[in-house]
Ligand binder design. Structure first.
Ligand code: ADP
Ligand code: ZN
Length: 447
């Protein structure tokens, strides 16, 4: 009981006791970070051969890390390091101390494996409690967890945190959408956790079954993450469903969901920096960038035992916000992940991210939020097609409305990307949906 008690902070916001570290004075937080960083680097140096070799190659010893600024000299870790040491090569704990393994989907080749000790699982649970609490979730909420259970970290990661927060958890995992909706409605579910694209799918199926989300459901909050989405998409989701759509961030290599999450003000995700230390680097020069600049997010785990990750290059593009947040949290925020650097498309020499197209489409109103970007090459010329799904209402609209819409969308894409795209309208319910992460790009040039 005690564990679920809330108090109110100076900014007048409710705080779960597990969230106390969100509000530490910065000086105290920095001391804690430094101590933990030194322990982590010592641990990795002792137990992880590739880390030791890289430190030695730079003439660095763990004792050289005397301030957080010294971290900038420490070698990076990249995703390929996890593949090359598959399956257990980065573990810093003996197998008898490891109580859980997860593996990422690994679209190319071998998956990557991540490991947890009992303590790591406790930390994971704590940060998920903090992320959920920051988004306004509390004891008494009925939480439907539609993230995939199993090897993917999303499902189980959120699950244990939500239970520990005192929510009533419905572990539906992804898929079987009609049943998800039935349970959501019958049980008066108040919080849903899923990818934003799967939630859009739930909304569609509900609409087709004659259900009105605002009228027939008790849903208050959506905890959405695991894939890039835009601010425009958030607005659209909130408008259609009436839920407060909160962004949550995480990746398996660092721990899973719960690396960071938004507070009620929806102004970027607070990073639980007492456990995960964020830096933003220039992906070309690898220099650390000052707060406010856009670059690649690099994370260092400060308490992980089984698999410490030091200066892990996430490939996620973001920006550190170090201005104080209205919620009173002292931990810094990162701006919504606009893209992964690997998602960048180079079309006719122009660099674009799918999120630019999503923003343009949604700004043009009236269409459904489902789209697919198809890139191909004809002769020597790259082609860009954007397939946009019509809503049923639009589909039966007259041709001149559609023409106007077509013009507006093409113009918005041209404005945001500098590229002329062939915009194609497709029938309602024809573009691919996903139970988990959705890829909205088909790059046929790679074939
Ligand atoms: P996999 O590697 O199999 O995709 P992960 O769950 O570890 O599995 O994926 C983590 C990645 O998902 C992150 O590096 C990031 O690119 C993306 N991601 C997670 N949360 C968000 C979010 N809130 N916004 C944008 N992208 C996200
Ligand atoms: Zn805040």
């Amino acid at each position: 009981m005690q564990e679920n008690f809330c108090f109110w902070n100076d900014a007048g916001n409710p705080v779960h006791p597990a969230s106390a570290a969100d509000f530490l004075p910065r000086a105290q937080l920095t001391l804690m970070q430094l101590h933990r960083l030194q322990v982590t680097i010592g641990r990795a140096y002792e137990h992880v051969p590739i880390f030791r070799e890289r430190m030695d190659a730079k003439g660095l010893k763990p004792a050289d890390i005397r301030s957080m600024a010294d971290l900038a000299h420490v070698p990076f870790t990249i995703k390929n390091d996890l593949r090359e040491t598959y399956p257990f090569g980065l573990f810093a704990s003996p197998i008898e101390d490891i109580v859980r393994l997860h593996a990422s989907s690994g679209t190319t080749g071998k998956p990557i494996v991540v490991a947890y000790t009992q303590n790591d699982l406790t930390v994971w649970k704590q940060v998920v409690i903090r992320a959920l609490a920051a988004a306004g979730v509390h004891r008494g909420d009925i939480l439907q967890n539609s993230y995939g259970y199993g090897l993917f970290t999303g499902g189980m990661g959120l699950h244990y945190g939500a239970e520990a927060l005192g929510c009533t958890v419905l572990p539906t995992s992804g898929g079987n959408t009609e049943r998800q909706l039935m349970l959501m409605r019958d049980m008066g579910v108040t919080v849903v956790c899923s990818t934003p694209s799967y939630f859009l799918h739930l909304l569609d199926v509900a609409e087709n079954s004659g259900l009105d989300f605002k009228r027939d459901f008790k849903l208050r909050i959506g905890i959405f993450g695991a894939e890039p989405w835009t601010e425009e998409m958030r607005q659209r989701i909130q408008d259609i469903s009436g839920v407060h759509a909160s962004d949550i961030y995480g990746l398996s290599e660092i721990i899973g969901p719960g690396v960071g999450g938004e507070c009620l003000y929806q102004t970027g995700m607070h990073i639980f920096e007492d456990h995960f230390y964020p830096e933003i680097i220039d992906p070309e020069t690898l220099e650390v960038l000052p707060a406010g600049e856009i670059g690649e997010l690099v994370l260092t785990t400060l308490s992980k035992e089984a698999m410490p990750m030091i200066r892990y290059r996430t490939r996620d593009l973001s920006q550190l916000i170090d201005e104080p947040c209205r919620c009173g949290r002292t931990i810094r925020r990162i701006r919504r992940i606009s893209a992964r650097s690997d998602d960048m498309l180079i079309i006719r020499g122009v660099n674009i991210f799918p999120s630019q197209i999503e923003s343009a489409l949604l700004a043009a109103q009236m269409t459904s939020p489902h789209y697919l970007i198809v890139v191909d090459r004809k002769g020597n010329l790259d082609t860009l097609e954007v397939q946009v799904e019509l809503t049923s209402a639009l589909f039966s609209d007259d041709i001149s409305t559609l023409e106007k819409l077509h013009k507006r969308i093409s113009g918005a894409i041209l404005e945001s990307t500098g590229l002329r795209a062939a915009v194609t309208f497709v029938k309602p319910q024809t573009l691919p949906r996903s139970e988990g992460k959705l890829s909205r790009v088909r790059d046929l040039r790679k074939k």
